[in-house]
Design a protein around this ligand. Structure first.
Ligand code: ADP
Ligand code: ZN
Length: 211
């Protein structure tokens, strides 16, 4: 299956994409994780992407596509895309790529979360630098500050600071939210209420897919 996860920053796209990828046994491709990895390694593309990410802006399409294109083209069994596409040009690019392989997008899961919940979640979460898992206040791993699967120290993402959070939400509303209509018209959009625990949200996704 070819699936896209849509929703504002902090909606839980990464968490749900990971779980679903495991269940369906297909890869989880996170543009944010791939970009952060490139930044960390200091590759030429990573160095170009860094300042945009710090400011909560979209990284230019050419950079994102260069990092993602191979991964998308190589996948034969399907994938769950998380963080891509993020604007109409990227969505059209994805369509084109799939069409070239005689495939099409099966489903877009749109996680619905209020702006208030998004701000609360982003400002109180820690991320694993290795696997990208996020932990919220109250989780045992959050309190210990260590990833439960990797055993490495968690950190606060630079763009999870209040000033950048605002900008990321603005960027989402301007550039990414239009994709909701784009996919609705195509009949592939499925709204998923995204508030509640990660397990509750995942159950809704599983139900809605009839798994
Ligand atoms: P979130 O969805 O929580 O904001 P991500 O990890 O998906 O977090 O993205 C973090 C940052 O990486 C974004 O703010 C943006 O700068 C950049 N980014 C990720 N995916 C894309 C993309 N498809 N196009 C442009 N920029 C991207
Ligand atoms: Zn980890």
């Amino acid at each position: 299956m070819y699936i896209v996860m849509l929703g504002p920053p902090g909606a839980g796209k990464g968490t749900q994409a990971k779980k679903l990828a495991e269940k369906l046994n297909i890869p989880h491709i996170s543009s944010g994780d791939i970009l952060r990895e490139a930044v960390k390694k200091g590759t030429p593309l990573g160095r170009q992407a860094e300042s945009y990410m710090k400011e909560g802006k979209l990284v230019p399409d050419s950079i994102v596509l260069e990092l993602l294109k191979n991964k998308i083209e190589e996948e034969k069994r399907g994938f769950i895309l998380d963080g891509f596409p993020r604007n109409l040009q990227q969505a059209e690019e994805l369509d084109r790529t799939l069409r070239e392989k005689d495939k099409k997008l099966d489903l877009v899961l749109n996680l619905l979360v209020s702006e208030k919940a998004v701000v609360d979640r982003l400002s109180a979460r820690l991320t694993c630098p290795k696997c990208g898992s996020v932990y919220r206040k109250g989780d045992a791993s959050y309190e210990r500050g260590v990833c439960e699967s990797c055993g490495v120290r968690l950190y606060q993402r630079e763009d999870d600071k209040p000033s950048v959070i605002k900008k990321r939400i603005k960027t989402y509303l301007e550039s990414t939210h239009p994709l909701v209509d784009y996919y609705k018209k195509r009949g592939v959009l499925r709204d998923i209420p995204g508030e509640g625990s990660p397990e509750e949200v995942f159950e809704k996704i599983v139900d809605s897919l009839g798994l």
